[in-house]
Design a protein around this ligand. Structure first.
Ligand SMILES: [Mn+2]
Length: 413
């Protein structure tokens, strides 16, 4: 993607800012794992969205005054020793080329530069980007920065732009759709590798290894911890132990995805370990598939996620009772206990979602009904990634096997 994309996105942020203000965004820091090792760096997705840059420590500052607009990017100082040990950091020319920001300074200058811009530009508002999902987790850099500014400059107003940028991110451009399709395509390679190798007696993690191998081959990594849940474990929604032996006659539920260029695929499939569904497994599987198809067909602008979820429940109230999975429609919560959709993008559970969210062209959502019968030791989930278009929908993952006949035919090869 060329840098005009990022310039445009920052323009949208500027448009939200008052005159006499600045906005600060952080790429994030490396997180300590143990001793001298750190977790793999994961860039703040809003920072990446605004700059296209993926390196720890970077800071973006946007200033809007009566004199005009200024963009400054702070990168690492050249450090010969660090380059020998951990590799080269981004150079000024590369940062300009990728992000389109023209003024580049080094990170140690940021504090003084921020103080100067507050004093000399007589700023009254500082915009931060602070996200928090619970009260206990480690604060992100935007939150820490906001607290510091409040402490040092009690007269300034702090405004959080997180929801605004999340709103921008929830509507995808065609370049983003292409990136998602690429992630889905790699995921399909991984799923087919699983299907070629799946057999009774193997450990769940062995099946996952085939998936991971395909991802690595395509320079991708998993979007999230892969779920490979056989038999009764499939009733646990986020089962990631993956250390059980897969038995003959069981179904195996896979929930997985490739992340490519930071865009995340999220696919679920449920396969028979020995390559052939039993009649009962087929019966349950096709109920989930029916619900999934009904939901997909209902997707168009104006529809809410709640309505989509209701389609799943409506289907189960009839079909699950007919199939005697439950006795009465009221027992549906025992066999289906999650939502059918979430947004997808730079995050697997992408930002910008609220319960009552109304679909618009450009939204990309998952469609993932599940059905979990503890009694029968069966868990089934079928998940595809779908883009909302002007008229309706486009399935981004149309070629990943999901019909019973197609799965069985593929596995018998
Ligand atoms: Mn999902």
């Amino acid at each position: 993607m060329d840098n005009q994309l990022y310039i445009n996105r920052r323009e949208r942020v500027f448009a939200e800012m008052e005159e006499g203000s600045c906005a600060v965004f952080f790429a994030g820091e490396l997180v300590k794992r143990s001793s001298d090792s750190t977790y793999p760096f994961s860039v703040n997705r809003n920072f990446f969205y605004l700059t296209g840059l993926d390196e720890d420590g970077l800071v973006l500052q946007l200033v809007k005054t009566s004199q005009g607009r200024k963009e400054i990017l702070y990168i690492k100082e050249y450090d010969a020793m660090a380059e020998k040990w951990v590799g080269r950091s981004i150079r000024k020319e590369e940062a300009i080329e990728t992000s389109g920001v023209k003024v580049i300074q080094v990170i140690p200058q940021f504090d003084a530069a921020f103080a100067r811009s507050v004093n000399f530009n007589t700023l009254s508002i500082v915009y931060i980007d602070s996200e928090r999902f619970d009260t206990k987790s480690r604060p992100f850099e935007g939150e820490t920065f906001g607290k510091k500014v409040k402490d040092l400059y009690p007269g300034l107003t702090i405004v959080n732009l997180n929801t605004t940028i999340n709103g921008f991110r929830s509507l995808k451009t065609s370049a983003e759709i292409e990136a998602l399709k690429k992630a889905v395509d790699i995921t399909q390679h991984g799923v087919e590798a699983i299907l070629r190798n799946l057999k009774p007696g193997m450990k769940e993690y062995e099946a996952v290894a085939h998936f991971n191998y395909e991802l690595s081959r395509h320079n991708a990594k998993p979007s999230f911890d892969t779920i490979a849940a056989s038999g009764p474990e499939a009733c646990i929604l986020h089962y990631v132990q993956n250390d059980r032996t897969i038995n003959d006659g069981e179904l195996v539920l896979f929930d997985l995805g490739a992340e490519y260029g930071h865009y995340c695929a999220d696919i679920s499939r449920t396969f028979p370990a020995n390559g052939k569904f039993t009649e009962r497994q087929k019966e349950l599987y096709n109920i989930v598939l029916l619900a999934q198809k009904r939901v997909i067909e209902a997707i168009k602008p104006g529809v809410t996620l709640q309505t989509l979820n209701e389609i799943v429940k409506q289907t189960y109230r009839v079909e699950a009772v007919n199939a005697k999975i439950i006795d009465t429609p009221e027992q549906i919560d025992e066999i289906y206990y999650h939502g059918v959709s979430h947004l997808l993008g730079l995050d697997t559970h992408d930002v910008g979602q609220v319960e009552s969210m109304v679909l618009k062209p450009g939204h990309v959502i998952t469609v993932e009904p599940g059905l979990y019968s503890k009694k029968e030791k069966i868990g089934i989930r079928i998940e595809d990634d779908v883009r909302v278009t002007e008229q309706g929908y486009e399935i981004l993952s149309p070629d990943i096997l999901k019909e019973v006949e197609d799965i069985e035919a593929f596995m018998s090869r």
